[in-house]
Design a protein around this ligand. Sequence first.
Ligand code: GTP
Ligand code: MG
Length: 188
Amino acid sequence: GLRKKEVNVLCLGLDNSGKTTIINQLKPANHPNHLGPLSEEWKHVSQTQAQEIVPTIGFNIEKFKSSSLSFTVFDMSGQSRYRSLWEHYYKESHAIIFVIDSSDKLRMVVAKEELDTFLNHDDIRGKKMPVLFFANKMDLRDAMSSVKVSQMLGLENIKDKPWHICASNAIKGEGLQEGLDWLQDLIK
Ligand code: GTP
Ligand code: MG
């Protein structure tokens, strides 16, 4: 049959890192085929919508399809009071997108703490699910490089799962496709 494989993706990361902005860029409503993703008009629409994004309360569920996969994305709130919700979705997830604000040096240690808690969770440790990191907000002047972010988070210590890090600018949509291509190749 031609039914697409169903994939649950869990989107994690601190509040204000850009999770919802990234998911919004991936949604079909933002990719009207008749305009094409690179047209000026589309960029304008996309940037307007990005600016209107508000902090997520709890979580949102978004669905979109690629050529071979049907994605259900759980866009979690990164606010500390909601982070306890994350673990309830670990078991049913097939892949993780973990978003980091590359310009937020002060909270990089908090991001590492949350990442380590996630990696050591009973439902996650030893599980071969791919983890895609977006070193987001690369457009900001004081953003760290993806290599630096990777070092600060200790990503080289992740041995039990495939992982990949991409620098991204979620407002312009830059770097997102590269990441998604990597994820898709591992899942399909
Ligand atoms: P929570 O829902 O609170 O967990 O936050 P979030 O991770 O979903 O962040 P959100 O997508 O709401 O983005 C937070 C702010 O960062 C918004 O004002 C976005 O416009 C902005 N933002 C997101 N991505 C980028 C980026 O790549 N560059 C810049 N300069 N700003 C960005
Ligand atoms: Mg959000």
